[in-house]
Design a protein around this ligand. Structure first.
Ligand SMILES: [Ca+2]
Ligand SMILES: [Ca+2]
Length: 347
């Protein structure tokens, strides 16, 4: 007799045992990966040597990005398309992502309080559940297993008390991590920092042009880059950290691009000044795509670029200059940072 699934009863036990064996092996592999990740995390460096800043150049700590014209976008995901011929004027750009030390200088000078530290404006987000009405940020927490339905809350958690000084939550800190990129900030926070510095946030085309090394014919490889901080293994349950870092890396641990810009691809996503549009067509209406982690209710979104330490081939192949993603502009997260630009005469 056959069952409804077409399996002979005698085979049921064998099938069940096989499935249980596969599940056990998978769990064991994930658990082993978790132990490896924990061991690697303990061995990670807290600082990487950067070339000394030349104080004689016009904008110390920044890199000149020359003017040029290129095909803006890529062809992997719909939001990157269509390719569009775009001209960019020359500008200066921070050679690294803004670090905790740099942001601390700003806070010390101005007593600025970041959005993640302030009471949540419930009038702006009336649908918010109670746990999201406390000050905090969205934090990536590596799960032991996932249900396969792609529900983002399996690895993203809103953590009350998470903010730039405590990016993983109240029990975490940035002591000794001054060279790491600052995270758990919002668009307003990044703008406030840039204003204090006398700089601004890059537009999406400026960021992408800089990430390409100001090369119109730069290749746009599909493969996961090796000399950047991304995610090796099956996201979000297995992280082999072959690039040397389980989570964030200090800025400048990998070779810079041809212009001298570090970590444009990977480490933290980087905020741009541009509002999100669902693609590159000029007729695209803004703000219609869901954010990666979406709070209830409407919220303005900005374009973020470059991918992060969480980008893996099976989940988010956005470790490319042409890739992009939306980000709610008033929601702080643990995989997003920024760098600034200066519109000023070149060298
Ligand atoms: Ca990594
Ligand atoms: Ca980056």
């Amino acid at each position: 007799m056959m069952t409804r699934l077409g399996i002979r009863p005698g085979w049921r036990m064998a099938v069940a045992l096989t499935v249980m064996g596969v599940l056990a092996a998978t769990w064991w592999t994930w658990a082993a990966q978790g132990r490896t990740a924990a061991r690697l995390a303990q061995a990670e460096r807290l600082q990487c040597p950067l070339p000394p800043i030349n104080a004689a150049v016009k904008q110390p700590g920044m890199v000149w990005v020359p003017a040029g014209e290129f095909d803006f976008g890529d062809t992997v995901y719909p939001e990157e398309q269509p390719l569009r011929k775009t001209r960019v004027a020359g500008f200066w750009m921070d050679r690294t992502e803004v670090t905790n030390d740099q942001f601390a200088q700003f806070v010390q000078a101005t007593a600025y309080v970041t959005v993640a530290e302030r009471p949540v404006d419930a009038a702006q987000h009336p649908e918010l559940p109670p746990d999201m009405r406390q000050p905090g940020a969205v934090v990536f927490v590596m799960p032991n297993a996932v249900n396969g339905k792609g529900e983002l809350t399996q690895w993203w958690r809103y953590v009350a008390g998470a903010q730039w000084r405590h990016p993983g939550g109240p029990d975490t800190h940035i002591k000794g991590r001054g060279a790491f990129p600052v995270v758990a900030l919002t668009y307003a926070d990044a703008l406030a920092y840039a204003k204090w510095r006398g700089t601004s946030l890059p537009g999406e085309t400026q960021w992408e042009w800089a990430a390409r090394g100001a090369q119109p014919g730069a290749a746009s490889p599909r493969e996961q880059p090796t000399a950047t901080n991304t995610w090796q293994g099956l996201f979000p349950v297995a992280n082999s950290a072959e690039d040397g870092f389980v989570g964030l890396a200090p800025v400048g641990c990998y070779a810079p691009n041809t212009l001298g810009l570090f970590d444009m691809i990977g480490n933290v996503w980087e905020l741009t000044a541009d509002r999100w549009t669902p693609d590159h067509s000029s007729a695209s209406p803004p703000d219609t795509d869901p954010a990666p982690f979406k709070r209830p209710g409407p919220s303005a979104q900005r374009v973020i670029k470059g991918g992060s330490f969480l980008c893996a081939p099976n989940y988010c192949m956005r470790y490319r200059s042409g890739a992009r993603q939306p980000q709610e502009e008033d929601l702080a997260t643990s995989h997003l940072g920024f760098r600034t630009i200066l519109n000023a005469p070149g060298p």
